[in-house]
Design a protein around this ligand. Structure first.
Ligand code: OXD
Ligand code: MN
Length: 602
């Protein structure tokens, strides 16, 4: 197949990879429907894909991965910067020269018996000055079809790239060469000790080997749009963040744009597609996972969603929790590691619909409610099973979601899952205080991740696994962006939807009702409401956060908004200990904020 580009750098790289990986053939991808249909037909024929019931789930397919290849592998993810101190304590560092040697040995001949696909793609609307072009080379047709949904793939990308343009090379192999006559497995991949998800920040280069799943393999997402982009953003004066973006419009038609960062299991996709319960206020989705933000000519911060689809966690997604996500995958969707029902539709735990039976994610017969020998419920869908859905199918997608100029961000929201201590909402005293709030955002550890000393896990800006450089430098970049934006910087808020009472009952209904909290934030921005100054920040005054129709008893509300200074003080040692791990790169301004908070707590 002749190459559809004259870009010398791209042609040279493709030739070099072809020589190293020795595929049987090379295919340049164009993102077309013909290409999508052909690859799906091939995967159905080989047994890798299951075509779902055309009447129930048009043009949709299900895949089951190998049980060893079901999630991002953080302990096999590397930042191979030239100097170790540039990767910092939150990343796995490895010497780039050594790593290239190891990985080159693995890549040698790794595509034997397979097709090498070349995927030019744009993260962000093609041609937007916030967007970036990447090219992924992969031997996985599953990756190609997912990239068609998650990124912009079209001949226009190569047009914009031109003969001399720059792109981010993303090399991926499942690491499973096929010998002549060898039967392929349904989900070929390499064993864990051969898996590497590697980033070379000085070269803006990504090398991934051995896994075919999610963020390990769809390299536009976490690898490019967060790890490599965060590093580029710092050098170029913009921001690449693990944030959803939404528009909230008030009854007068005034639009507010909110970017929010939450660690996993905090309902990020649900918030991005929230159905407002506040009369006259409307939410529209711009993105559910990643925001790229750049100062505009007017000095405000403009955000785009670099992705074109949602790669959402399936279990728990229901008509009650997120009807808009369900609607987004009503057709043209890919499902990975869910239950395929007897009538060839899909199902997962807490989907809110009945399932009479089917095949579980491991390919075994399944009926909900079955228990294993130890009496534990057998899960039909893997807890990290996913839907890949086109953003344009989301019924509440914002008309401006593909605006190349982006949308101006008014509000940053940080948060985590805390059953105690953190009130429902508080606002930062100023931007630098907001940076401290984001940097010390924490969630309660699950039993499996409980660390001996502390029951809370810090996850600054929900970026721990995605900061492509030293976390101290990253925090400093946040402060510097605040300096640059000055009084045009977004206002910062911290929320906690997960507070419980002494008996373990949720104090806040969450989901659509979270719109009441967002409304208060917007009214703060407009100076329509005042706030009560507390030791930790600014909080709603009596009656400013409307609770009509919620039936929240006064004592529950008081508990939800309580700032227990003693409890807060008890978390300060954990925060100091966490920040100290960043060593000399911890910005001095962070400790200024820490000391000020300590003093306010008395
Ligand atoms: C994701 C993640 O998959 O944050 O979005 O892990
Ligand atoms: Mn994410």
């Amino acid at each position: 197949m002749s190459a559809p580009t004259k870009n010398k750098k791209l042609l040279a790289w493709v030739a070099e990879v072809q020589k190293m990986c020795t595929p049987d053939r090379v295919v340049w991808c164009d993102g077309s429907k013909v290409e999508y249909d052909r690859l799906m037909a091939e995967m159905v024929a080989s047994g890798m894909a299951i075509k779902l019931n055309e009447k129930k789930r048009p043009n949709s397919f299900a895949f089951n991965s190998d049980p060893s290849d079901v999630a991002r592998v953080e302990n096999r993810t590397y930042i191979a910067s030239l100097k170790e101190e540039d990767a910092g304590p939150t990343n796995n560092w490895i010497d780039p020269v050594e790593l290239k040697k190891t990985m080159t040995a693995l890549y040698k001949g790794c595509m034997k018996g397979r097709t090498m696909y070349v995927i030019p793609f744009s993260m962000g609307p093609i041609g937007s000055d916030i967007a970036k072009i990447g090219v992924e080379i992969t031997d996985s047709p599953y990756v190609v079809v997912n990239m068609q949904i998650m990124t912009r793939m079209s001949p226009k990308v190569l047009e914009v790239l031109g003969d001399e343009g720059e792109f981010i090379p993303c090399l991926h192999s499942i690491g499973a060469p096929l010998e002549p006559g060898q039967k392929d497995s349904r989900w070929p991949c390499a064993p864990i000790e051969q898996k590497y998800i590697a980033h070379f920040p000085e070269e803006n280069l990504i090398w991934s080997y051995g896994s075919g799943y999610g963020g390990n393999a769809l390299l536009g997402k976490k690898c490019l749009a967060l790890r490599i982009a965060s590093n580029m953003a710092r050098k170029e004066g913009w921001m690449a963040e693990h944030m959803l973006i939404l528009r909230f419009t008030n009854p007068q038609g005034k639009k507010f744009h909110i970017a929010a960062a939450f660690p996993s299991a905090c309902g990020k996709t649900n918030l991005a597609m929230l159905q407002s319960t506040v009369p006259g206020w409307k939410v529209e989705t711009i993105g559910d996972d990643i925001a790229w933000m750049k100062p505009g000519k007017d000095g405000r911060l403009y955000a785009i969603n670099p992705e074109a689809g949602f790669f959402g966690v399936a279990p728990g997604t229901s008509k009650a929790s997120n009807p808009m996500a369900l609607e987004s995958c009503r057709k043209d969707a890919i499902f990975t590691n869910v239950v395929v029902t007897d009538d060839l539709d899909i199902w997962w735990e807490d989907m809110g619909v009945e399932c009479t039976g089917g095949t579980d994610w491991k390919g075994k017969p399944f009926k909900p409610g079955q228990k294993d020998a130890e009496g534990k419920k057998i899960l039909g869908a893997h807890p990290n099973s996913r839907f890949t859905a086109r953003a344009e199918l989301c019924p509440v997608i914002c008309a401006d979601w593909e605006n190349p100029a982006g949308v101006p961000i008014d509000i940053f929201v940080f948060g985590g899952r805390r059953t105690t201590t953190m009130p429902l909402v508080h606002e930062a005293l100023d931007f630098n205080h907001g940076v401290y709030m984001g940097a010390t955002a924490a969630s309660e550890a699950t039993a499996a991740a409980l660390d001996v000393k502390s029951a809370i896990r810090f996850d600054p800006f929900a970026m721990t696994p995605f900061i492509g450089y030293h976390a101290g430098d990253y925090m400093n970049h946040w402060f510097e962006m605040g300096d640059l934006l000055g009084d045009k910087a977004p206002r910062c808020f911290y929320v906690n939807w997960f507070r419980k009472d002494k008996n373990g009952k949720w104090l806040w209904p969450g989901f659509g009702e979270n719109s009441r909290v967002l409304k208060w934030m917007c009214e703060r921005v407009e100076s329509k409401v005042g706030a009560k100054e507390t030791a930790i920040g600014l909080m709603p005054k009596e009656g400013d956060l409307t609770l009509d129709g919620l039936n929240i008893p006064a004592e529950d509300w008081a508990e939800l908004m309580k700032v227990d200074k003693e409890l807060f003080k008890a978390t300060l040692d954990d925060a100091r200990e966490y920040l100290a791990k960043l060593g000399s790169k911890l910005p001095a301004r962070m400790m200024v904020q820490f000391e000020a908070l300590k003093k306010r707590l008395g």
